[in-house]
Design a protein around this ligand. Structure first.
Ligand code: CA
Length: 227
């Protein structure tokens, strides 16, 4: 069982996340202030902390620094501010991931699972679930609505790379470096061609994307589909 601490001052959000994550089989503790959260972290025994940035007593950024002074526990920062410089600062201060409000319990759970996968032994973690997609990194298999998809090696690597970072925009340059191991660019069309085939196999097109959303001029992200 995964032990999660939520530090969030807004009661309805705290309650909703606690209920969702508890129903998913996790052990959840929820606190409303930065000081309380900080004290709880020092007691240890947590697998992940979800930390709201806008807290009444202390700024979440301060709380994050205090946590990092005493613990390596993975921290996901929840922020209402979709502000590039703020997010960079938070990640530099030691956050493992961030999530922009409003977000669903399902998305938070996927982030938590992704973090635990990165910090845990890769062999004993389950498949990544995004909507109807199940991506099993260990078995190198993908299914959609329980139907196995026939992907090539690079199509799988591409999808897996994006699935480990759901809702996060990844640049084509990063994909070329990390999936194709071409850190200095290479043929930009490589990514486009593979994306196009992958989209077809997922039953979507660039014009009518469900899972693979292009952010023009920035890159691509795997998202939770609307339906
Ligand atoms: Ca708040």
């Amino acid at each position: 069982m995964v032990s999660i601490l939520i530090v969030e001052d807004e009661q309805p959000i705290r309650q909703a996340l606690t209920t969702f994550l508890s129903d998913s089989g996790h052990s959840v503790e929820a606190l409303a202030s930065g000081m309380d959260g900080m004290h709880r972290v020092t007691e240890g025994g947590l697998d992940v902390v979800v930390l709201d940035l806008g807290l009444p007593d202390l700024d979440g950024g301060q709380v994050l620094k205090m946590i990092r002074a005493v613990s390596d526990v993975p921290v996901i920062v929840a922020t209402a501010r979709d502000d590039e410089s703020e997010i960079v600062r938070i990640l530099r201060d030691g956050a493992d991931d961030y999530i922009v409000k409003p977000f669903s319990g399902a998305q938070l759970q996927a982030r938590i699972e992704a973090i635990l996968r990165r910090t845990a032994d890769k062999s004993d973690t389950g498949p990544i679930r995004v909507g109807d997609l199940r991506i099993d990194i260990g078995k190198r298999s993908v299914s959609m609505s329980h139907r196995t998809l026939d992907l090539t090696r690079k199509e799988f690597d591409l999808l897996a790379y994006l699935a480990e970072r759901p809702e996060i925009v990844v640049s084509k340059r990063e994909l070329l470096a990390e999936v194709w191991h071409q850190p200095y660019g290479g043929a930009d069309k490589t990514v486009d061609v593979h994306l196009s085939v992958l989209r077809r196999k997922l039953g979507e097109t660039a014009q009518d994307a469900r899972y693979l959303q292009t952010v023009h001029g920035v890159g691509i992200k795997l998202v939770f589909p609307d339906s």
